[in-house]
Write a protein that binds this ligand. Sequence first.
Ligand code: PGA
Length: 253
Amino acid sequence: MRKKIVAGNWKMHKNYKEGIDLIESCIRLFEKEKNKTTEIIFCTPFIHLHKASKLTDEHKHIHTGGQNCHWEEQGAFTGETSCAMLKSCGASFVIIGHSERRMYFNETHEQLAKKVDSALKHNLIPIFCCGEPLEIREANTHLELISKQIRESLFHLSKEQISKTVIAYEPVWAIGTGKTATTEQAQEMHAHIRKALAHQYDLETATNISILYGGSCKPSNAKELFSQPDVDGGLIGGAALVAEDFIAIANSF
Ligand code: PGA
């Protein structure tokens, strides 16, 4: 059975103290829920990761992750962080290929494939992001673009490897804009991704991979989005910065 996941992508927000306070508040709220069916993940800036992992260590349904990684083990790559380093701070997930990384840091399909390989090698679960910009949606070529994004960065993986990944569909026009994909748009794309996985691997493998929706997901729309058969949770930006909102989303299944 695939997991229901709500992951917070903090991006470049929160100083050290603010971040730790946020995690403590989220844990307090989340632990009030008795029947936990959701896994929650804090994808924090690197500075919070070690402490965040310590705080979440004893909570079975709560995890931490990085927002990016380098594919090399170590070396002269100023400013970069390797998967081994993330792992040593207690992370169990890492976001790879977020549209902001593709857009502002020119990350390519090939680089993302190498990052995915490195994450899996170090036992980190990649949260692989895909998503189309507005002009592609308007040109009605969004299904093709998403197919290409997952094909070029994920389909070199073995069945065992792809089974250890999480995919996040985040239409670029919905990120941080307040504009959410409709439930029909989200479901259509998630079903498309799952079909592509089934075609490349097999139906069982595709059925077991969690596919998250991201892009202006908030407490008021999470329930409807998560009720779609192929939407297994969310990758949450802005709303992950407010404990009450993030946990309300996590409790929206
Ligand atoms: P948003 O960001 O929820 O603020 O739209 C989502 C993301 O970029 O992961």
